[in-house]
Design a protein around this ligand. Structure first.
Ligand code: ADP
Length: 670
């Protein structure tokens, strides 16, 4: 149960890692060919990135603000321009109306002056035109009165002095019936309204349209004796008003809507404006505004009732060119468009830089994290910032540093474990080899004890057989056959004795007589002893020893025995001759001796048995199988090792390792 849980947990971690690997964006260099699909997905990927998340809402907001701002400001400016325009139109209209009222007041002042001038009532009574001309002409001239008329009680003009608009001279006229004019008839019928006994109105005379003001002329008894009228040409009036009001167009219509005068120079245009204004006559006291287009120009015109002495006498129209309103709207829209575009651009650039300053370190942090995740623990963010991103980077660097430390620690521990394992393996191998030696030694000891007993018991009977056989041979009576048989008995007894002697050597395992001497010498002696055998077996013996003496503490006789045995085995393993190489080398703690032949080799299954007592592959009489086991014992007593490596068909090498020195035997006192 426990292990199942553990496996489940491991699998989950693996899955998470796999997911992480899948999730992590691919390296751009991975794709050698970019299809359009991958380009789109790349673009979408970019759009969903941090930069895009920072920039896009900001961009949209900025553009929206800019557009709404431009719209509102343009609207505001446009409406303020319009408002100013219409205010101006109102002002112009008022100035024009005031101008007319002022003129009318001038008329009243002139009338007062003239009516009360000495001689005027008398001249009226006598209807003396020339007298009136004499009195009124200087007054008219001085007060810039354009026309003055004296009318008798019948409503007929006694005299009219009218200034010629071109020459400026006054012409004298008389006899016209003025009784049909309201401003005359009202006075003659002694009508008095709330403003008094004076009247004003627009009259279209033979000299053109005039603004007239009329006043009664009375005698000393306050009896009406005539009517005095003062007038100003509407053209003059328009000129005066225009000087103050700066209107582009001024139009005056009579109460019936007939055009009396306008500031238009051309009859064509005048006709046109007249037709337009016809439809714009205000019904009540309200003023009316209308857009009119003449040629390429457009105007806004305001029509209002022209009131003189609180009575509507006609219609006054003023018009201002409105082209500039449209132009101003367009200009302001363009200007604000440019201003907002530039501001938007600046805001976008600042926003981009800001987003860069936020996104860049985060992206760097991401790439560093990826590198760390992939195992590169030497990565550092390298930021020095005093904000939250700086804190994050510092914490990240600290984390990587600690991870690096821990990883190094883990690696060290792992290496140490490996080293220990290796040491353990070596110790184990040593243990096994020691165990092997122990087994071998035990085998040797057991065999030795057994052999010693047998040898002891067999040796004496053999000596008896051998002695008797010798004695019997000396008997003269014996046949040749018997003598030969006795010889055979003696030979076999001798051979048996040799085997027995060998066995005894093996069994005794005499304590070596240690002496410090030159090992090269022992090699040479052993070689000499086997020289005959080598020559017979056509074996070339090559001895490689250091030039200087190699001093080792050992029993020369015993080691000689070992070497002779090895050389003999090697020569016997090369029945067709060959090369026997003997190499002596120094090592730190001792010497290494290699005895190498190119003979038949030892099959794998025999390798472990060759050091066993009595193991031999040689035919009967040739080998006892004791040579290697005795050699093993001798080397072991010298605290050395003997190993073998062999390749069947290629050759064998025996390697002997001996320490330079042996421990001093107990009780020697040395
Ligand atoms: P013996 O020589 O009397 O057989 P040894 O103990 O010396 O006894 O050798 C045991 C056996 O080891 C030999 O019979 C032989 O099979 C094998 N042997 C020893 N040395 C060699 C060698 N150099 N090449 C091949 N076989 C060898």
């Amino acid at each position: 149960m426990k292990s199942a849980l553990a496996t489940g947990k491991q699998r989950t971690t693996k899955e998470i890692e796999d997911q992480e690997i899948k999730r992590s964006p691919r390296d751009p260099g991975d794709e050698p060919q970019e299809s359009s699909e991958s380009l789109i997905s790349k673009l979408l990927g970019r759009l969903s990135g941090l930069k895009a998340k920072l920039i896009i809402p900001y961009l949209i907001l900025t553009l929206l603000t800019a557009m709404i701002g431009t719209f509102i400001v343009t609207r505001l400016v446009a409406s303020s321009v319009r408002e100013r325009f219409f205010n101006q139109l109102d002002a112009v209209s008022e100035i024009a109306a005031d101008g007319i009222v002022r003129k009318e007041q001038d008329h009243l002042a002139d009338l007062r002056l003239m009516a009360f001038t000495e001689g005027v009532p008398e001249a009226f009574l006598s209807e003396d035109g020339s007298r009136l001309q004499d009195i009124l002409w200087p007054l008219a001239l001085n007060n810039e009165v354009e026309v003055v008329s004296a009318v008798n009680l019948d409503g007929r003009e006694i005299i009219t002095l009218a200034q010629d608009p071109v020459s400026g001279r006054y012409g004298v006229y008389e006899g016209t019936d003025f009784s049909s004019y309201e401003i005359v008839s009202k006075i003659l019928s002694s009508d008095v309204d709330q403003l008094g006994d004076k009247y004003a109105g627009l009259l279209n005379t033979r000299f053109g349209p005039y603004l007239y003001t009329s006043a009664p002329v009375k005698d000393e008894t306050n009896e009406l004796i005539g009517v005095l009228m003062v007038g100003t040409r509407l053209d003059t009036l328009l000129g005066l008003i225009n000087e103050e009001a700066f209107a582009q167009i001024l139009v005056i219509l009579d109460a019936d809507g007939n055009l009396l005068t306008s500031t238009f120079a051309h009859a064509e245009e005048e006709k046109e404006i007249f037709e337009l204004t016809q439809s714009s006559i205000p019904n009540s006291g309200e003023a009316e505004t209308k857009e009119i287009n003449i040629g390429e120009n457009s105007y806004q015109a305001k029509y209002s009732h022209l009131e003189v002495r609180k009575r509507p006498v006609g219609i006054l129209g003023v018009a201002l060119r409105s082209n500039y309103v449209v132009t101003a709207e367009g200009t302001s829209r363009n200007t604000f468009g440019v201003i907002f575009s530039l501001a938007t651009l600046a805001v976008i650039i600042i926003g981009y830089l800001l987003s860069q300053s936020i996104a860049k370190p985060i992206l760097k942090l991401r790439s560093v994290s990826k590198a760390v995740a992939e195992g590169d623990l030497n990565q550092r963010t390298g930021f020095k910032r005093s904000d939250e991103i700086g804190d994050l980077a510092a914490v990240f660097d600290l984390m990587t540093f600690r991870l690096r430390k821990r990883t190094a620690q883990a690696a060290r521990l792992y290496a140490e474990t490996l080293e220990r394992n290796e040491e353990l393996a070596k110790a184990n191998a040593r243990l096994q080899s020691t165990q092997q030696q122990l087994i071998q030694s035990e085998k040797l000891a057991a065999t030795g004890q057994l052999t010693a007993g047998i040898v002891h018991d067999v040796k004496n009977p053999l000596a008896v057989i051998k002695g008797l056989a010798e004695e019997l041979q000396e008997e003269v009576l014996l046949s040749t056959e018997a003598t030969e048989q006795l010889k055979t008995i003696q030979d076999n007894a001798n051979r048996a004795n040799k085997i027995i002697t060998d066995l005894l050597k093996f069994a005794r395992q005499a304590t070596p007589a240690m002496k410090r001497q030159n090992f090269c010498e022992t090699i040479r002696t052993s070689s000499r002893l086997t020289d005959y055998l080598a020559r017979k077996g056509k074996v070339e013996v090559v001895i490689e020893t250091p030039d200087d003496p190699v001093m080792v503490t050992y029993d020369a006789t015993q080691i000689e025995q070992v070497l002779v045995n090895l050389f003999q085995n090697a020569i016997q393993a090369m029945p067709d001759g060959g090369k026997l190489t003997v190499q002596l080398m120094r090592e730190d703690k001792g010497i290494v001796l290699r005895v190498q032949d190119v003979g038949v080799g030892i099959p794998e299954e025999n390798l472990r048995r060759i050091f066993d007592p009595f193991f031999t592959t040689k035919s009967e009489g040739e080998g006892t199988g004791l040579g290697l086991s005795v050699s093993y014992g001798i080397v072991a007593k010298h605290r050395g090792r003997i190993n073998v490596k062999s390749q069947p068909g290629k050759g064998t090498v025996f390697i002997i390792k001996l320490p330079y020195d042996q421990p001093l035997p107990r009780g020697t006192g040395e």
